[in-house]
Structures are given as structure tokens and as C-alpha cells.
Design a protein around this ligand. Sequence first.
Ligand code: ADP
Ligand code: F6P
Length: 481
Amino acid sequence: MAETQSRLVAVSNRVGPLSDEGQAGGLVVGLSDALKRHGGLWFGWSGETSAEGTQSREKTEVQENVEMTTIDLTEEELKGFYLDYANRSLWPLLHYRLDLAEFDRASDRIYRNVNHRFAVRLMPHLREGDLVWVHDYHFFYMGSELRQAGYKGRLGYFLHIPFCSPEVFSALPASHDIVRAMLAYDLVGFQTERDRRNFVNFCTGELGGEELDEERLRVGDRTVITRAFPIGIDAEAYARFAVSPEAGEHEEMLRDISRRRGAPEGEEGGRKLIVGVDRMDYSKGLLERFYGFERLLEDYPENRGNAIFLQVAPLSRSEVDAYADLRHQLEHTAGHLNGRFATLDWTPLQMMTRGFTRKALAGIYRAARVCLVTPLRDGMNLVAKEFVAAQDPDDPGVLVLSRFAGALAELKGGCITVNPYNTDDVAAALQKGLTMPLEERKRRWQVMREAVFTGTAQHWCQTFLDRLEASHDEAGGTGGK
Ligand code: ADP
Ligand code: F6P
């Protein structure tokens, strides 16, 4: 694959860090892994509010070959753009939770305006020959705003989360405006073929568009390229994290707490560890997962006293009611489960909200016999890929993966696939994972390892940029800035 020479300008709401400290969120992990290799400008929100908001002075930080430039939001912009429109309207809608989606015109207006302001602030940074790559549901209008501001160069977009079916998407009052705005990009990328198909079906069914071939889509006088580009991780680096001293300390700590009182070291003296690692988000199926674990203890009683479930769930978007409600439900359910099954020397379920470095997380994955990744809907899910990359080849753990995670397309040859809404199915998958013979674990892991080490973050970035380089003329762009 030819390395592209053009400068990459990435735009996303969250920017950095590039370090290995760790931050919960797949976009930052995938994009920073990719940008560390490629270099370029990364533009977005500073994570802070100020009276000037999107009119504030820029903050710039240079790390290695990446320049990170950010601006603030005002309190009003933060509420209307991020909390309300992005996370009360778009997020639940695109994750098929119409029951949680709220629509109002005030936040719609602020969302459009913030997209406009970010485009205006980015314009002076753009140079001829740049590849501009906009990310995620915070910036649907950014491309058309850049075009209106006079930008004529190559412009790509990638959606990190699912694109829901047209019947669901059409409930959004601005659904037509958003999809028309997305047509300003030359290339629109999705995590999976299913997401791409939903987008294309919306364009043909609602906007009178026409599919010209497998990739090209025409709506009115616009032709865009659409394609699936599954995001990945820096698998080599992650495998190295997993054998670092910091990972080793965490792995050892978990083996200690899993050891039965007075039992000797080694497998026979230990309890089996199940882990889950997710932002505390209703799309991740955490509550359903707790019910699945409870069913395991009910239906397969040999696990009582012998299995421990550790759920790492950093708080996310706590200002949004649905997230605060979820926290209460999870704490209540965990308390109920522990009250029902715990003994003096065994607490079945531990939930913690703290953050970990990427090395520490890798050690946690490595200590686990089973990793439960059971979202009700997920664009990709990088936790599934991290778990695979972190395993010990001589004694790998088992991945239990939801049929509704984008990662299933690549990992289905090795994981145990579950319907996260089916409690019995989750319990049976857990039992299968906890009792799976070593040879079968190795065989399944090898298949998944191949996929994770092939479909890396670098591969995702490079294939997108190669396609973007070529797409501009095909999509009817005019070239130059
Ligand atoms: P999403 O983007 O919806 O949050 P992903 O599974 O794609 O879901 O990405 C989550 C990322 O956040 C992973 O890289 C994971 O390691 C990271 N992460 C999750 N929990 C923590 C935590 N407690 N500390 C640090 N990183 C975390
Ligand atoms: O990957 C999905 C995503 O929504 C990213 O866009 C986002 O950065 C991340 O999850 C974490 O969410 P937030 O930025 O709202 O904290």
C-alpha cells in the first residue's frame, strides 16, 4: 500500500491524548493510534468551556509529529451541541433507542451553529493538498460548512457509531438536512457494511438517490463514495502493553484476589475471572449483562464461589438523565446480586468506575478467563479487539461477543456469539467460556488474533486516506483549496 504524502487534517469533538495514559472512548484510541503513525493536524474541542466558546483563542500542543489545536465551547454551546443534540438526540437515535431520543429546535440550531463555527475556525489552517477527515456524529454538517466557506480540497467523513435503519433515522426532524449535508463529503465511511447499507437505503428511499455501483451513490447533482472501513487498534503495541511490568502487576493483583483463602498458587487454587470494560452507557448492555451473570449463578451453581465478574465502567456523560439513571440501576442490581449470592470470602460482582492506563487494562484483560462484550448496539467495539491482542498465546481467554457489535463481522470465527437481550443465552455462553478446554481456546483465539493484527488502526487510516486521495475527482470535486 502506498503511503500518502498529503497532510492529514483530522477533525473530531474529542482531541488526544496521544499518550498511553488511557481515556475511555473508541474514537480517541483508534484515531490517536493511527495519527501517531501518520502525523498531521488534529482539530476539535478543548474539553473546556469559556465565555468566548467557539470564538476563544486556540490552544495548540505538539506531540511528536501531531499538532493538536483546540477551541472551547460556551456553556450554552456545550449544552445545546454536545449534551442535548449529540447525546440526547443523535446518540440514542443512531443506537435504536427512539424511546430515549428527545428532539427540540433550540439544540438543533446550536448544533448547526457549532458546526459552522468549527468550520470557520478550521479554514485558516487548511493548505492546498490537505486531506481533511471529519469524524463522528458531532460534525455531520461540518463538510457542507467547509464547502460553503470555500474549501474545495479533499474531504472525507467517518461515522464511528452505527447508522440506524431508515425507518428509525427518519424520525429525526432534521434527517433530510443531515444526510444532504453528508453528501458534501467526497467519501463517507462506516464501520460495517450494515451501516453503509442503511445510509444508502435512506438516500435512495427518502431522497431519490441512485446507486451507480458498489461504492458510488448519486443524489441530485452530487456523487459520493460510501464504503465500510472497520476501525482497529495498534495491535502490536497493545500486545507489548500486555507484557509490560505495569500490566504484570495488575494481572498478579487480580490473580491474588481470585485465589481462594489458603489455596496454593496456580489454576487449581484460583477462581475464574470474567471481565467487562465499557463506558457506562446504556448502549453497552451492562444491565442485561448483570442479569446474564446472575442467571449463570442460578442455573450453573458450580460457579457459586468459583467465578468473579469484574466490570470496569467509567462514568460517561453523567449530566444526561439516561446515564445518571443507568448508574442507579446498575448499582442497585449489583448490590442485589451480591446480597443474594455473596459469602464471607466471595463477592461475585465488582463494579468500578475508575480509569486505568492502557497498560493496566491490558493486564486486566490478560488475567481474565472470559471477556463479556455484550452491547445492545455498537459501531465497532475496540474492547473486544484489545482483549484479543492482550492474551497469552499459551493460555488465551474466551471472548463472548454480542451479535449487535460491529466487531462481530471480523471476530465471529473465534468468539462465542450471543444475543445480549437473551439472559439464558448469555448465561450459557459464559458457562461455555468458563469451561472451554485449552485447545479450543487456543484455536478460537488464533482466528481472532489474525483478524485483530490485520485490521489495525494503521490499516484503517491508510485504506481510508488512499481511497480519499482517489475519490475526489470521481465524486466530482474541483481540486485545490
Ligand atoms: P466507545 O467508543 O463507545 O467508548 P469502544 O469499545 O470502541 O467503545 O472503546 C472504548 C475505549 O475506551 C477502549 O479503548 C477502552 O480500553 C477504553 N476504556 C474503557 N474503559 C476504560 C477505563 N476505565 N480506563 C481507560 N480506558 C478505558
Ligand atoms: O466512539 C464513540 C464515542 O462517542 C466518541 O465519539 C466519543 O469520543 C467517545 O465515544 C466517548 O464519548 P464522549 O466523547 O461523549 O465522552
